[in-house]
Design a protein around this ligand. Structure first.
Ligand SMILES: [Zn+2]
Ligand SMILES: [Zn+2]
Length: 139
């Protein structure tokens, strides 16, 4: 909890119980949950938090760079507390999202090529891979 409070403070976010609850949930559940999933999992212990609060809190956490928003082509976004650059591998059948942290500087290489050729100053990137996970392919 101490780390989380420090993180909020260093990112100029006021430490509120709502922020702490939602950030804490994300910090301990690397399942890339949607706002609805977060809400359903915390509402029992936090009856005062509404779904609207969850959305609002996620936005402030995202704006301050503490979580990243993932668009997997569903109706809702999913959220990830891991802000180190990594790729997302998404199962088409169960919608599970798995993290892949590249061992090489592949991402940097791709960014260099793109920024050289487009003259863009790149600030962020997202990379998604789609397929069938091991469990689903066994079914
Ligand atoms: Zn699957
Ligand atoms: Zn991730």
């Amino acid at each position: 909890m101490k780390v989380l409070i420090e993180n909020l403070k260093t990112n100029n976010l006021k430490v509120t119980p709502q922020r702490l609850t939602i950030y804490n949930y994300l910090y301990h559940n690397h399942i890339h949950p949607s706002a609805e999933t977060i809400y359903n999992n915390i509402k029992e212990q936090n009856p005062t938090i509404s779904l609207a609060t969850v959305y609002k809190t996620l936005k402030s956490l995202k704006d301050s760079g503490l979580v990243q928003e993932i668009n997997v082509g569903e109706d809702s976004f999913r959220y990830d507390v891991q802000i180190t650059p990594h790729y997302h591998i998404i199962c088409n059948k169960c919608n599970k999202i798995v993290d892949y942290f590249p061992q090489t500087n592949l991402l940097e290489t791709i960014k260099d090529i793109i920024s050289n050729e487009t003259k863009f100053e790149l600030t962020s990137s997202q990379m998604y891979f789609y397929g069938t996970c091991e469990e689903c392919s066994k079914k």
